[in-house]
Design a protein around this ligand. Sequence first.
Ligand code: BDR
Ligand code: CA
Length: 326
Amino acid sequence: MADRTPVLIDCDTGIDDAMALLFMLAQDRYDVVGITSVFGNNTAAQCAINSLRVLELVGRTDIPVAVGAEQPLVGEVTYLATHVHGSDGLGDAGLPVDVTASVDARDAVQLIDDLSREHAGRLRILAVAPLTNLAHALEAIPDLTQRIHDVVIMGGAADAPGNQSPAAEANIIHDPEAAQAVLSADWGLTLVPLDVTMREVLEESDRTALFDAATPVTEFVARATDFYFGGYGSDVYARRASPAHDALAAAILTGDIVPTVFPEIDVTVDCTDGPGRGSTICDTRGRYRGFEGTAAGRVRVALQTDGGFPRVLVQTLVDYGSRLSR
Ligand code: BDR
Ligand code: CA
């Protein structure tokens, strides 16, 4: 289909990144033209391998996967989220660790340069990891913002608590300076923060539905989710359940999920060294007047969704898995 919309996914492939990849790969109207990796849930090198493992599962190793930044713009990486995503980054769910495909010879910035030139004005970016690669790309490619249609980011917390510190979300606190550069660049921006991702919750019944579909895709997601439920279950929800952060951002990109509160507002990242470091200061003061009158805002921030996303995700994966298994 010639008119499919090209999408580049910038990710630190852990469990919910894998869900986002599968959700996007399942779409007829979207064409995943490249994947770039960055440190976060694991090293950038391992996250690229994890993307290849997911691509092998669905027979799509034709998509280039390029390795990106292993360190933030300032300082050094302080932790990798193996406690949340498993030692292999994909929930130790049995996906083969040996991949036959190789990572692309180009690095992440080069792949962004090439794809943004090839799909100038049309390329959409789904960024679901620390924003270091995009910050490097903005620096290296002066006209990048004009080549990109828009950027949809999973990250931050508007009014919700953080998940890596009381104030900050993981993707942003990993590299606040990069996030500030990306969020202040002159391109279309959507932010999908914890305010919505933490409220779209996968339950045991969703895992059961995935297992029952009995396809390699759904069984992998069900097993990986089991690991995810472990971490989130006791620490956050006090029951076996988990969000699917990055996949929700993917569904907001495609329009499958339309946030019910979705204002364009100002967002500034705290780059100081205090307890607020990495927090996203979102101007939500317009809420009492329905957000009318804050048109000067540049970032469309998803503040509320209706809770229906887990069912959309499960159905998409079941349909995709069945299609591939035919
Ligand atoms: C974000 O952090 C990562 O661990 C997840 O993949 C997601 O992108 C949630 O805070
Ligand atoms: Ca991620």
